[in-house]
Design a protein around this ligand. Structure first.
Ligand SMILES: Nc1nc2c(ncn2[C@@H]2O[C@H](COP(=O)(O)OP(=O)(O)OP(=O)(O)O)[C@@H](O)[C@H]2O)c(=O)[nH]1
Ligand SMILES: [Mg+2]
Ligand SMILES: [Zn+2]
Length: 361
């Protein structure tokens, strides 16, 4: 447990939530920062604690949507867990719900996050670029009650940004479009226009587009958490669960796991180009294409005469082909979704929630 005083206003606790929380005497207000099976992390005024829901709550729940989700403000019995996990008794009314239909199933709905102001729809300007997918993301974002903002990431890997910007603007009328790169400090400052104390922004988009990297950039680089996340990234771990993170004076961001659609590099390729893969280990970016990225160890090896440029060219060619064998990706997406939903009540509850949404319309 981290013991420090939390700026609850910055965390998004508004006057409305404070008023509602007063109904519950003897309980404290907190915000759910992550969830794993039946355990939740909740940020309270004294720091982040681990909590579970009360038995009574559990039995009164009618659908999955009534369980706490990342972003929810909850009423909890303690702010200090020296006597055991906190117990969540209630959730406060949500001011926005970001839900999505689950891929590969007809009836599934998944709550991605709640109480968000801005949804950053992230799409990378290289591999991930796909206007149809962007349209899908936009439509669920508009449904949520939060304001969507399109973030075109990895501009350092794109040679025709103007063309792409025009294409995106033509399908995203009235939506602001940002172009970012994590390779330089100026590359992500535009995001800050949408971040401020008390506001919550969620990052969504396919796996590997650079959501966590952008959040790392926005975080105070000297905090321990940033270092941990950085190391994880280097270790090629992608985000596996939603996580709410507080930025000093800039409100709250929510990182979400993306779904990998394409881009599985097959094992044989790794084997036959182990020399390049070994060099690539020292590249600054894990997904370095060894073209124009700064601090590319592969380009350096070519310059130093250690690696033949022809070798790199055939690597590219094969890598491109390998990507399109990534049709198995549906299974990966399913697995990731299951992972997130485990312990949350299952499909039936999602169906109930979807029905209740339809009724409300
Ligand atoms: N060239 C380049 N690479 C980047 C940039 N931003 C991130 N990357 C690299 O892209 C890879 C994926 O980045 P992540 O931040 O883990 O992507 P993510 O969207 O969080 O992915 P999931 O957690 O799987 O959803 C990492 O190897 C990063 O180093 C960028 O602006 N330019
Ligand atoms: Mg991530
Ligand atoms: Zn490289």
């Amino acid at each position: 447990m981290k013991l420090n005083n939390i700026d609850m206003k910055n965390l998004g606790l508004t006057e409305d939530f404070i008023q509602e929380s007063k109904i519950y005497k003897d309980l404290f207000v907190g915000r759910v920062s992550s969830q794993s099976k039946n355990l939740y992390k909740v940020i309270t005024e004294k720091g982040e604690i681990v909590a579970e829901i009360s038995g009574k709550y559990h039995y009164s729940v009618k659908g999955t949507s009534e369980y706490p989700a990342v972003g929810d403000f909850v009423m909890i019995d303690r702010t200090n867990t020296s006597q055991g996990n906190g117990i969540i008794h209630h959730i406060l009314s949500r001011k926005s719900v970001f839900a999505r239909e689950m891929a590969g199933t007809k009836e599934g709905i998944q709550i991605v996050a709640t109480n968000i102001d801005t949804v950053f729809i992230c799409m990378s300007l290289n591999d991930d670029y796909n206007l149809r997918r962007l349209e899908r993301y936009l439509s669920i974002a508009w449904d949520s009650g939060a304001v969507p903002v399109i973030v075109l990431t990895k501009s350092d890997l794109c040679m025709d940004i103007e063309i792409r910007l025009n294409e995106v603007s033509s399908i995203a009328i009235g939506v602001e479009v940002l172009v970012t790169t994590s390779t330089s400090d100026e590359g992500y400052q535009s995001l800050k226009k949408f971040l401020s104390s008390g506001k919550t922004a969620a990052f969504i988009g396919s796996s590997g587009v650079g959501k966590s990297t952008l959040i790392n950039c926005l975080l105070d680089q000297n905090t321990l958490e940033t270092n941990e996340i950085r190391n994880d990234d280097k270790g090629r771990h992608t985000t596996t669960r939603r996580e709410l993170i507080m930025l000093p004076n800039l409100g709250v961001v929510i990182d979400t796991p993306g779904m990998r659609e394409l881009g599985i590099i097959n094992a044989d390729l790794t084997k036959s180009f182990s020399d390049i893969d070994e060099l690539a280990f020292d590249c600054k970016f894990n997904d370095c294409t060894h073209q124009h990225e700064p601090n590319c160890a592969v380009q350096k090896a070519i310059k130093d005469g250690v690696l033949l440029v022809e070798r790199l060219e055939s690597y590219w060619k094969l890598k491109k082909e390998a990507k399109y064998q990534g049709l198995n990706s549906k299974m990966i997406e399913k697995e990731k979704t299951n992972e997130m939903l485990r312990g949350m009540g299952g499909m039936k509850n999602f169906r109930d929630f979807k029905k209740s949404i339809k009724k409300r319309r």
